[in-house]
Design a protein around this ligand. Structure first.
Ligand SMILES: [Zn+2]
Length: 353
C-alpha cells in the first residue's frame, strides 16, 4: 500500500526543488530525508503587536527508507489533550532506525488553540476540523488546513486524527475508521481497525453533512486510510484514555508495517462494535441546568430518562424531561451543568454486531 512520494517537497524556504502547492506555508523539513526532524510549519501573521510575526505549527518527520507514510495529528482542537500528550511522547521516544517508512506528526495542529486550551483558534476563531480543504491565503487556521490537505495528505497512506470531547463533552475512548465505499477498501479498513483492537470501534462511511470541513473528507478524497479517535475530554486529561490512544497508535503503526508490535501492546481485548447516526444525538430543549440520571458508559433503553432541565431562574417552572430516542450505549456526555437550547448533551452509540 506504499505510495510513491508524489509530492517530494520542496517548500518555500528550504531552498530546493519546485513548489507544487499553492501553499504560502514554508518549512525546512525535507520529507524524503532519513532520520528525525523536529521543526515547524511557518506562516506570516501580521498583527498590531507583531508586524512581521510568524505563526509556527510544530511538525516532526521520522523516516527510515521506503515504506508506508502515516500522518498522525492531535491538537486539531486545542482543548483535547490526550492525543497531544501521546504524540509528544512518541516524538521523544521514536528511534528512526526502529521504524520502516515515514511518520509525519503534528502534535498540536492548531497551535494557537492548543496553547490557549480552546477548541477554536484565538487568532481567527477558526475550528480546524471545520476548515478543510482550507485556503492558502486565508486565516492561520485555513492556511494550516490547506497545507494538510494539499501537501501532507497526498503524501500519506494512512491518517490518524486524535481527538477527545474537549471542554464541552467527554467520551468513552473509541477508534473510528471511515469506510471508503469500495468493497475491497472497506474490508481493508475494517481489518485495520480489527487489528488496532480498541475497546470500542466504529467502522462506517464518512457523513460529510455532519462534519462539514473535516480532515477525514480530505483523507478519503486522497485515498488515505482514515482513522480518528475520541479519547475522554471534559477539559481534563485521562490516564486511561491516554493508554488506549497510545496502544491504538502503536498497533496501527504495527499494522502498517512501520514498527514491530511491542509485546506490551500485544494482549488482545474484546472490541465492542458500534455505529453512530444523527438520530442518536441528544440536544438541550431549553436554557437551564441539566441534571443527568444516567452515567457515561450506561446501556440505555429507548424512552428512558436521560435527565431533566431545571430552571432556577424560574422557580415555579416544572422540569423538562430529556429521554433517549433509541436503545444504545451512552458513550458521550456533556460534563457541564449549565446548558443552552441546542447544546449537545451527549450521544448514544448503536450496537453494530
Ligand atoms: Zn476534536
Amino acid at each position: 500500500m506504499t505510495k510513491a512520494p508524489q509530492n517530494t517537497l520542496t517548500q518555500r524556504g528550504n531552498g530546493e526543488g519546485v513548489v507544487k502547492s499553492k501553499t504560502h506555508v514554508w518549512t525546512n523539513v525535507k520529507f524524503d530525508l532519513d532520520g528525525k526532524q523536529v521543526s515547524a510549519l511557518n506562516m506570516e501573521w501580521s498583527v498590531t503587536r507583531s508586524a512581521y510575526g510568524i505563526v509556527q505549527t510544530p511538525i516532526v518527520v521520522v523516516r527510515n527508507g521506503p515504506g508506508p507514510t502515516l500522518l498522525l495529528m492531535a491538537g486539531n482542537h486545542g482543548d483535547e489533550f490526550e492525543g497531544q500528550i501521546v504524540l509528544t511522547k512518541l516524538i521523544q521516544t521514536l528511534v528512526p532506525e526502529e521504524i520502516r517508512g515515514r511518520l509525519i506528526i503534528l502534535p498540536a495542529a492548531n497551535l494557537a488553540a492548543a496553547i490557549e486550551g480552546t477548541r477554536v483558534s484565538p487568532l481567527d476563531a477558526g475550528n480546524l476540523n471545520r476548515s478543510f480543504p482550507g485556503d492558502p491565503t486565508g486565516t492561520p487556521t485555513q492556511r494550516i488546513a490547506h497545507y494538510i490537505s494539499d501537501v501532507l495528505m497526498p503524501m500519506s497512506d494512512a491518517f490518524f486524527d486524535l481527538h477527545s470531547g474537549g471542554t464541552s463533552l467527554v467520551y468513552l475512548p473509541y477508534v473510528h475508521v471511515d469506510l471508503p465505499g469500495r468493497a475491497e477498501a472497506n474490508a481493508q479498513a475494517k481489518s485495520a481497525l480489527e487489528f488496532i483492537n480498541p475497546p470500542l470501534a466504529v467502522a462506517q462511511p464518512f457523513e460529510a453533512d455532519d462534519r462539514i470541513g473535516a480532515a477525514q473528507e480530505i483523507a478519503l478524497k486522497c485515498g488515505v486510510l482514515s482513522f480518528s479517535g475520541e479519547f475522554a475530554g471534559a477539559a481534563s486529561v485521562s490516564e486511561e484514555a491516554i493508554r488506549v490512544a497510545q496502544r491504538s497508535v502503536f498497533r496501527l503503526m504495527a499494522h502498517l508495517g512501520i514498527v514491530e508490535l511491542d509485546p506490551q501492546w500485544s494482549t488482545l481485548n474484546t472490541t465492542r462494535w458500534l455505529f453512530i447516526d444523527r438520530g442518536m444525538y441528544l440536544f438541550a430543549p431549553a436554557d437551564g441546568l441539566f441534571q443527568p440520571s444516567k452515567r457515561l458508559g450506561d446501556d440505555v433503553k429507548a424512552g428512558a430518562l436521560f435527565g431533566q432541565v431545571i430552571f432556577p431562574e424560574e422557580p415555579s417552572r416544572a422540569p423538562v424531561d430529556v429521554c433517549f430516542p433509541r436503545d444504545g450505549l451512552l458513550g458521550c456526555i456533556r460534563p457541564l451543568g449549565r446548558i443552552r437550547r441546542g447544546d449537545c448533551l451527549g450521544h448514544l452509540f448503536g450496537y453494530a454486531r
